[in-house]
Ligand binder design. Structure first.
Ligand SMILES: NC(=O)c1ccc[n+]([C@@H]2O[C@H](COP(=O)([O-])OP(=O)(O)OC[C@H]3O[C@@H](n4cnc5c(N)ncnc54)[C@H](O)[C@@H]3O)[C@@H](O)[C@H]2O)c1
Length: 381
């Protein structure tokens, strides 16, 4: 019963059903009827659309995106955004809201995001706030966007010097997945996406890890135009969804998808985004792998194997910040607040699940892990 009355008042226990589609759409911009792809399972169709578009994607694909949007058959306006960790902020969200207000976007109209993780986060967060929840569709154009930022429900922006300090759980109603965008992505951005794929592989998918060992370099060279690409994307997206489908709203704060995200937010913020998201995740997962080995949760040579894989994917495994006084302990303290007061530090482990959680990492242990990782990085680079 969602509502019960008791002697002192009422008790409400209600649940919100969430459903959304992630659809593979190769050749998306050539689709004759994009409206069919964006059609909802239920609810009103939008009368207007606000498109939040990555500036670089606009430069590269604008002449094809505009006719595609016209084929949707609804009036639209576009906000173009240059994505950086600095513009992933309140001012940019305000700009999106100002356009929504000027065009009188209604409660059942739609925001469409076309871009990488930053644009998806900004547009999704703006949609979550707008009229307390306006429908949102995601068209990811980076590898991080395809396999991570578009997949779940979290939409974050940076505030008070903290990464993703403000946010909302607001899944896209529709996610349109086309790896064809990756053809124009910088090599470094492909590598960043592979860091998130490696995260999933280490935590839950030995099969995916084997594919990365075998085809990682080819995937970079070909910008995912390779025979192994579909399976790598399928295992990666499916691996995360397998977790999210059970806990889309993070009732549990002890989560394996947070692997590589314990100290990485501080690395991203301290370097002002010069170490990008995927790179920071890989530094963090390398550090976490060393912690796991120190505790005997994985083979002693596990961190070295992962360092070799990382370097073959062009990913960093160490940053000098890890040796700055208090950096790691402060980064952990900040994440502990996000995780409800506990460390819940995901690390790889030789268990059936492939991972476990550290709750009692000590400063001495963290210092030792930083030393080991620095030596290992030098030795395996
Ligand atoms: N909400 C989530 O669950 C989630 C998950 C992972 C990451 N994120 C967030 O996503 C952000 C990182 O996303 P990202 O790695 O996609 O970075 P990004 O959005 O900054 O995009 C990287 C660069 O690629 C350019 N670009 C985008 N598409 C392109 C294309 N097709 N061709 C050429 N260039 C293109 C962009 O202009 C940008 O310069 C971080 O802020 C991170 O916190 C969010």
């Amino acid at each position: 019963m969602p509502l019960s009355e008791h002697d002192h008042g009422w008790y409400v226990d209600t649940h919100r059903a969430t459903n959304y589609n992630l659809t593979r759409c190769p050749g998306l911009l050539d689709q004759a009827d994009p409206g069919a792809l964006l059609a909802y399972h239920h609810g009103n169709q939008p009368a207007r659309r606000l498109v939040v578009l990555d500036a670089k994607v606009n430069r590269l694909y604008g002449d094809r995106i505009t006719p595609w949007l016209h084929r949707l058959g609804t009036p639209f306006e576009t906000v173009v955004i240059t994505p950086t960790e600095t513009t992933k902020n309140r001012a940019t969200v305000d700009e999106i809201h100002a356009t929504a207000s000027r065009m009188n976007l209604a409660r059942r109209d739609e925001i469409i995001a076309i871009g990488g993780g930053i644009v998806l986060d900004l547009a999704g967060f703006a949609a979550a706030e707008l009229r307390k929840g306006t429908p949102y569709a995601a068209i990811p154009t980076t590898l991080v966007g395809l396999i991570d930022a578009s997949v779940g429900s979290k939409r974050g922006i940076n505030q008070c010097g903290r990464k993703n300090y403000l946010g909302a759980y607001h899944p896209a109603r529709t996610v349109l997945l086309d790896p064809g965008w990756l053809a124009t992505l910088d090599r470094r951005e492909i590598q960043a996406g592979l860091a998130e794929i490696k995260k999933v592989a280490e935590m839950v998918s030995p099969q995916l890890l084997a594919l990365l060992h075998e085809h990682g370099a080819d995937l970079i060279e070909s910008a995912f135009d390779h025979g192994a690409a579909d399976e790598v994307l399928r295992l990666s997206i499916g691996g995360i969804l397998d977790h999210l489908a059970d806990d889309l709203y993070e009732e549990q704060l002890c989560r394996w998808p947070d692997y590589g995200h314990t100290i990485s937010p501080a690395v991203e913020m301290a370097t002002d985004g010069k170490v990008n998201h995927g790179e920071a995740v890989n530094i963090d997962s390398s550090f976490s792998g060393v912690l796991a080995a120190q505790r005997g949760y994985v083979r002693n040579d596990y961190p070295r194997d992962m360092a070799v894989l990382s370097h073959s994917l062009g990913l960093p495994t160490y940053h000098p910040l890890l040796h700055e006084p208090e950096f790691v302990t402060n980064a952990l303290a900040s994440t502990v607040l996000t995780r409800g007061g506990a460390q819940h530090w995901p690390v790889p482990a030789i268990t059936e699940r492939g991972h476990r959680f550290i709750e009692d990492a000590t400063p001495a242990e963290l210092r030792s892990a930083a030393d080991t990782l620095r030596d290992l990085t030098g030795a395996s680079a």
